[in-house]
Design a protein around this ligand. Structure first.
Ligand code: E4P
Length: 220
């Protein structure tokens, strides 16, 4: 499973990329707003991320009609070859995805929650499908169960083009574990989750005792 970073924070992206573990980045309007992002600087911000990450960088469209989504997508895709256009799961989004697919532009269909949505996203030409896990959990439903169904259903078919499933709305390492066991192609994770994924108390304790013992060796 590949790891994408789910953030618009440049410092986080630089740090995670330096670990050698990041294959891409996903952004959304909320993540950009969280960074104090300005409209006039949005394109430059996406370009900057693309220069840091050698992989797909999802930039989201914010219009509702197919022609507008398509126009936004064409503009975003022209920013950098790494850009993947994020399009919401809805009828106009499907139509725009088909139009972008026909132009050779990759789409990440976002806000996907169910198997029928995922199958339609794949059929319309989406290169990436983002089933959200955590937002199901937020409403006391089982996001992992939904992800399992999406992975099974999408992998049952050949859509005539590559489709990768991005486990999204990941809230903790247990989501990462489950997504990997289910065979999701990618997990897009916030920096905090990535940091938790590498931490373990037994690792900390082991390191502490190795270093303490090395002090004895040094002083011998
Ligand atoms: C996916 O690409 C989205 O940016 C993201 O995973 C949404 O997650 P949230 O539910 O934590 O906002």
């Amino acid at each position: 499973m590949k790891f994408f970073l789910d953030t618009a924070n440049i410092a986080e992206i630089e740090e995670a990329v330096s670990w050698g573990v990041v294959s891409g980045v996903t952004t959304n309007p909320t993540l950009y707003a969280r960074e104090g992002g300005k409209l006039a600087e949005f394109h430059d911000h996406i370009k900057r991320i693309c220069e840091i990450v050698d992989g797909p960088v999802s930039a989201e469209t914010v219009t509702l009609k197919r022609d507008e989504i398509y126009a936004e997508g064409v503009e975003l895709a022209a920013l950098h070859p790494n850009v993947v256009v994020k399009v919401p799961t809805m009828p106009e989004g499907l139509a725009a995805t088909k139009m972008l697919f026909d132009e050779g532009i990759k789409v990440n269909m976002t806000l996907c929650f169910t198997v029928p949505q995922a199958l339609l996203a794949a059929r319309s030409g989406a290169a990436y499908i983002s089933p959200f896990i955590g937002r199901f959990d937020d409403i006391s439903e089982d996001g992992i169960e939904q992800l399992a169904s999406v992975v099974t259903a999408v992998n049952n078919y050949d859509f005539g083009h590559d489709v990768e499933i991005i486990a999204a709305s990941v809230r903790h390492p247990a989501h990462v574990l489950q997504a990997a066991l289910l065979g999701a192609d990618i997990a897009t994770v916030p920096m905090g989750v990535l940091e938790k994924c590498i931490k373990h108390p037994l690792t900390d304790r082991g390191l502490e005792s190795f270093l303490a013992d090395w002090e004895k060796v040094k002083n011998s």
